[in-house]
Every structure is written in structure tokens, then in C-alpha cells.
Design a protein around this ligand. Structure first.
Ligand SMILES: *[C@@H]1O[C@H](CO)[C@@H](O)[C@H](O)[C@H]1NC(C)=O
Ligand SMILES: *[C@@H]1O[C@H](CO)[C@@H](O)[C@H](O)[C@H]1NC(C)=O
Ligand SMILES: *[C@@H]1O[C@H](CO)[C@@H](O)[C@H](O)[C@H]1NC(C)=O
Ligand SMILES: *[C@@H]1O[C@H](CO)[C@@H](O)[C@H](O)[C@H]1NC(C)=O
Ligand SMILES: *[C@@H]1O[C@H](CO)[C@@H](O)[C@H](O)[C@H]1NC(C)=O
Ligand SMILES: *[C@@H]1O[C@H](CO)[C@@H](O)[C@H](O)[C@H]1NC(C)=O
Ligand SMILES: *[C@@H]1O[C@H](CO)[C@@H](O)[C@H](O)[C@H]1NC(C)=O
Length: 371
């Protein structure tokens, strides 16, 4: 870094005119360095059923970097009780916040949703649930890195929810996993009014097998939700598709849930030891139902066809899981005005002051260097 020539301090008259100019230049540079033009300002694209779709907003959570989930402003842990009658099982369900554990405290990487079958209290099985804070999620592509429990007797679920008759669900029953014949079923369910009137038996329900053992590694589970169509995938491979009137048209939120109620026809259980659903990440790219968010988008998206104005979402495939580790929110200029909290796993927040300091130093050294 160059120092100011001595002569500047010697000539008072010159100094008094130069210093304001210098500070103005620093200020200008400071803002230029911080608010460089952004990429992806028009959104994030993915191919759904052969057609490209663009979504404007995102929630990205790398749970392997979240030290304390209670600090995460994108998600909230749930606490509520359900009687056995309401839960339609031999037992009720008791969702407790302490059954959502952050990575560093448990045995698995990432977030852990724990079912404690051995700790039944007042006939309720303790389980775990987290929900997104945002409830304006209308159309989108939702992805979760999950490692399921091999302990029989739980239901693990990744879903989009508005109400009990507008719900898009991927459910995994650990009692149905069978290593002897490589059978790992997944239930793909659209809860709708029609299905409800038919007693939940009819409607849009697909049971299919996963092409891998979901209990040994993390895999990416994905739901694409567009008007009139819902598609389900595992590691980028299509598992099933539902279309028609059962597809919801309202805005909802995302949920991760792990529970048991002893119903032999569904979750089975309760499990005899702690059963863990591990979540390495959730990435959701979606449109907002709020006028405010849509206005924000219209303000920042100048040209949909401009270079880098729409970013393609990297896809996980059966042979390549690395794209799952990519987060737009880790790049410094790809999520401007598009997130909830402006952070991914608390990292942004932690180093925000350092970035400001660096920008300050950089601005000063650039200006001083020029003089
Ligand atoms: C965003 O940042 C990347 C890497 O820092 C850079 O290559 C790119 O040019 C930036 N885009 C804009 C629009 O400034
Ligand atoms: C999401 O919003 C973008 C921007 O308004 C729009 O171009 C796109 O069609 C929307 N997607 C759906 C499925 O409505
Ligand atoms: C659920 O029930 C347990 C046992 O009675 C009680 O301790 C807990 O406070 C209840 N939780 C909620 C959210 O009401
Ligand atoms: C869910 O919301 C829709 C639309 O508001 C409504 O028609 C339906 O009755 C609701 N279902 C339940 C179970 O409340
Ligand atoms: C594997 O075996 C179980 C238990 O007998 C059976 O229910 C299931 O249908 C079998 N799966 C396949 C894919 O054959
Ligand atoms: C509805 O879904 C089926 C697959 O379940 C697909 O073959 C068909 O093309 C879909 N129809 C529309 C209109 O997308
Ligand atoms: C996005 O930018 C607009 C315009 O500067 C601002 O009013 C709005 O609060 C911002 N929204 C978010 C979510 O950052």
C-alpha cells in the first residue's frame, strides 16, 4: 500500500480540498465493491418434464455447517402433541424441539430428527419436525439431502404443506426396508379433497422402490411442483408423477418430519432405540405468492434473457452427488434480494463484519494507491 506523499500534509491549502475528494472516492469505491452487479437476479432454472422453469426466490440450508439450529432464521422447530385418536395409531405423537439436533451434537452429519420410541410419555411417541418460516412457497423445485434410519418403526417425511387436503408428500417407512431382497419403498402422496372424501385410500398415491439403500448414505430427494403437475425424484431419477386436479394451487411451506405412532399399517413401531433421520441440506427454489416479493423481482430483473440473469440449478445424478454441495448463497453475488435471511447456515452473518472491514481497507488502499 502506497503512503500519501508528504507534500500533501505540508501544503494545508491543497489538503483541505483533497481530503474531502479522497473520502468521497473511498465512499464511492466502498459501495461499488460491495454492491457489484448481481447474477441470477431473474431467478434459477431447472428442467421439469422437458420444459425449462424459472423460480425467483430461494432457501438454501447447508445443515452440516449449522452449529445451532435455534439460530437458523429460515427454519423453526415444532412443538405440538397429537392424541392417538387424531394420529390414527396405537400411540399419539409428541413433537419436541430437543429432538431436532444440530450436526455437532450427534452421531450423524447435518441435522438430526430423532424418534425416541423407548421414551413413550402419556401414550405419545416423541418425534421431531422442522418447518420453513416462509409460507409463501408457490411452485418450485425442492431438494433435500437425507439419510434415513434403518431402525424399523418410523415414518420419515419430506413435504410441502398448505393444509391436510393440500399436501405434497414423500414418505419413507423404515419397517418396509428389506436388505434381503433390496426392497426400499417410498410413498409419493398428494393429499387432496377427493382423496380425503374417499377416506385417504384413493387419490394420488404411488408406492415405488428406490434404486438404492437409503439408510447407508445421503441421497437427494426432490419434489418439483408446477401448475397441474408434481414430479418426484431420487438422485435426479424420476420416481413418479402426478397431474391433474389433485395438484394444489395455493402457497404453502416445507416440512421435514420424523415420527411413529405404532399404526401397523403405516409407521409401525415404535422403534426400540433412538431412530435418526439425518438431513445434510435443503435447497428450495420457488416463486412467492406475496405481492412484495413479486415487486422485488420485477425491480431487480431487468432482462430475463440477459447473460447470467437466470442461473441453472446444478443437478445431482445417480453417479454424481457433488452438485448437491453447491449453494448459490455461498457465492457473493448470486442471491441478491432473493433469500429469507441472507445467509446460509449462519456463515454470512458470522463473517459479515470481516467483509465490511476488508472492503474498507481495499477501498482505502485503492484510492491511496491512485494518488
Ligand atoms: C459475480 O462474481 C463472480 C466471481 O466473484 C464474477 O466472476 C462475476 O463477474 C460476478 N458477476 C457480476 C455480475 O458482477
Ligand atoms: C415463476 O415466476 C417467474 C417470474 O415471474 C415466471 O416467469 C414463471 O413463469 C413463474 N413460474 C410458474 C410456475 O408460475
Ligand atoms: C405435550 O405433552 C407433554 C406431556 O404431557 C407435555 O409435557 C408437553 O408440554 C406437551 N407439549 C405441548 C407443545 O403442548
Ligand atoms: C384446505 O384449504 C382449501 C382451500 O382453502 C379448502 O377448500 C379445504 O377445505 C381445506 N382443507 C382442510 C382439511 O381444511
Ligand atoms: C421383499 O420382501 C418383502 C418381505 O417378504 C416383500 O414384502 C417385498 O414385496 C419384497 N420386495 C420385492 C421388491 O420383491
Ligand atoms: C400426466 O402424467 C402422466 C404420467 O403419470 C404422463 O404420461 C402424462 O403425459 C401427464 N399429462 C400431462 C398433461 O402432463
Ligand atoms: C429487496 O429490495 C427492495 C428494493 O431495494 C427492498 O425494498 C426489499 O426490502 C428487498 N427485499 C429483501 C427480501 O431483501
Amino acid at each position: 500500500m502506497k503512503r500519501l506523499p508528504r507534500s500533501y500534509t505540508a501544503h494545508e491549502s491543497r489538503c483541505s480540498t483533497l481530503w474531502p475528494t479522497l473520502h468521497l472516492a473511498v465512499l464511492l469505491l466502498f459501495f461499488l465493491l460491495g454492491s457489484v452487479a448481481a447474477d441470477c437476479e431473474c431467478g434459477y432454472s431447472t428442467s421439469v418434464d422437458g420444459a425449462s422453469h424459472v423460480f425467483t426466490d430461494l432457501i438454501e440450508s447447508d445443515f452440516t455447517r449449522v452449529r445451532d439450529i435455534s439460530d437458523d432464521t429460515d427454519w423453526s422447530r415444532q412443538a405440538f402433541n397429537m392424541s392417538s385418536e387424531v394420529a390414527r395409531g396405537d400411540f399419539g405423537e409428541m413433537f419436541v424441539v430437543d429432538n431436532v439436533a444440530s450436526g455437532s451434537t450427534g452421531t450423524e452429519k447435518g441435522l438430526q430428527l430423532i424418534v425416541q420410541g423407548q421414551n413413550v410419555e402419556e401414550n405419545m411417541v416423541p418425534g421431531a419436525e422442522i418447518d420453513t418460516e416462509r409460507e409463501d412457497v408457490l411452485w418450485g423445485t425442492f431438494r433435500a439431502g437425507l439419510k434415513l434410519t434403518s431402525i424399523p418403526g418410523t415414518c420419515a417425511a419430506f413435504f410441502w404443506y398448505y393444509n391436510d387436503t393440500a399436501e405434497i408428500d414423500m414418505e419413507f417407512l423404515s419397517k418396509d426396508f428389506d436388505t434381503s431382497n433390496n426392497s426400499y419403498p417410498v410413498n409419493l402422496v398428494l393429499h387432496s379433497k377427493e382423496a380425503s372424501q374417499a377416506g385417504y385410500n384413493a387419490g394420488n398415491y404411488i408406492e415405488t422402490n428406490l434404486p438404492f439403500n437409503p439408510t447407508t448414505d445421503f441421497h437427494e430427494y426432490r419434489i418439483d411442483f408446477i401448475p397441474g403437475k408434481v414430479l418426484f425424484y431420487a438422485d435426479g431419477q424420476l420416481l413418479g408423477q402426478v397431474n391433474g386436479s389433485a395438484v394444489p394451487t395455493m402457497a404453502g411451506h416445507l416440512v421435514l418430519q420424523h415420527w411413529s405412532n405404532g399404526n401397523p399399517l403405516w409407521s409401525g413401531g415404535p422403534p426400540t432405540t433412538d431412530a435418526v433421520l439425518a438431513v445434510s441440506y435443503v435447497k428450495a427454489y420457488f416463486n412467492s405468492s406475496t405481492e412484495e416479493r413479486n415487486k422485488d423481482w420485477a425491480g431487480r430483473c431487468k432482462d430475463m434473457s440477459g447473460p447470467d440473469s437466470v442461473c441453472e440449478i446444478p443437478e445431482v445424478t445417480a453417479s454424481n452427488s457433488t452438485p448437491g454441495q453447491f449453494f448459490f448463497s455461498d457465492q457473493n453475488n448470486m442471491t441478491n434480494n432473493q433469500t429469507v435471511s441472507g445467509e446460509n447456515g449462519g456463515r454470512r452473518l458470522e463473517y459479515g463484519w470481516l467483509a465490511t472491514l476488508l472492503r474498507m481497507v481495499l477501498a482505502y488502499s485503492l484510492v491511496l494507491g491512485l494518488w
